[in-house]
Design a protein around this ligand. Sequence first.
Ligand code: TYM
Length: 344
Amino acid sequence: MELKQRVFSGVQPTGNLHLGNYLGAIKKFVALQEHHDCLFCVVDLHAITVWQDPGELARSTREVTAAFLAAGIDPKQQIIFNQSQVPGHAELAWIFNCVARLGWLNRMTQFKEKAGKHRENASVGLYAYPNLMAADILVYRATHVPVGADQKQHLELARDIAQKFNTDFAEPIAKAGFEDGFFPLPEPLITGPATRVMSLRDGSKKMSKSEPSEMSRINLSDDADAIAKKIRKAKTDPEPLPSELDGLDGRPEAENLVCIYAAIAEIAPEQVLGDFGGGSFSAFKQALVELTVEKISPITNEMNKLMANPGDIDEVLADGSDRANQIAEPIYRKVKEIVGFVVR
Ligand code: TYM
């Protein structure tokens, strides 16, 4: 049975969508839709692994959906939906809870970072999060997953889970006619200059929704003045910009701004240095402000317009969830047969 290429990715509705989410993920979704069948999911089940205010969760779910739409994803050609409306995610995640090993999850750095010193108090869901993420992808037998670099370890785990399932159930899988295993080993797509956008205040930390300082990130909801202020105040160093890439070594803040420029302008970092190398940071920052406002503000304005009609957004999610379910349901049914559950 020939396996079709399929793209899946998810974004958590946990507030403050930022430039890292856009350049590391959403902008790539838009490009991928040209040549692939894609599912883009607002992962609300993941969001509740840490406490979310219910009203705010619903608002954030619509906001991420609005960002997908405003960035240019076509909801008719592709599937945009929220995770909790498709039961197959949580159902397959349970099976994966029984496939994945404790030792594998114990290695997950994101859990260690998020749980911090209060590990005993973290939810069981936060610990099992990567199993749900594997289920998100594999319940569609998706083959390609565009993400930022911070998700690499989770995707390696998803591959390990797919592999172990294929091995543990090799016999029933072969009997069902799948010669190369049931699940594909999903490939991470972590490409381009902005796979890890860093904080504007500290080049050693990634730009993050949870960082308390608003000045550390550009939010997709920021207006032109806020963008300008944050870029002008971004941390840099006293040297002028280098003309060659290796001149950025040991200068994480400078490197970050160059990579952001490159990703937004869709050019190589080398070219950015070719244009701005030798010049002052203030001139470069001014150019970066103009470019960012030119490319991001139209998305922000469109998001605001879409958010004024939440009913329309909910319709996109309902339609997308129905179509996602049509793909997931028969796949999950096969999984149940393979595992040995009695099905009707
Ligand atoms: P989340 O919601 O934290 O982030 C959404 C996407 O944005 C990327 N990203 C970044 N990229 C570059 N620089 C940054 N500073 C930056 N911060 C975030 C993330 O890598 C991600 O691609 N676990 C996922 C959501 C998820 C998922 C999935 C993704 C759930 N199931 C299945 C892919 C496939 C997460 O928390 O992303």
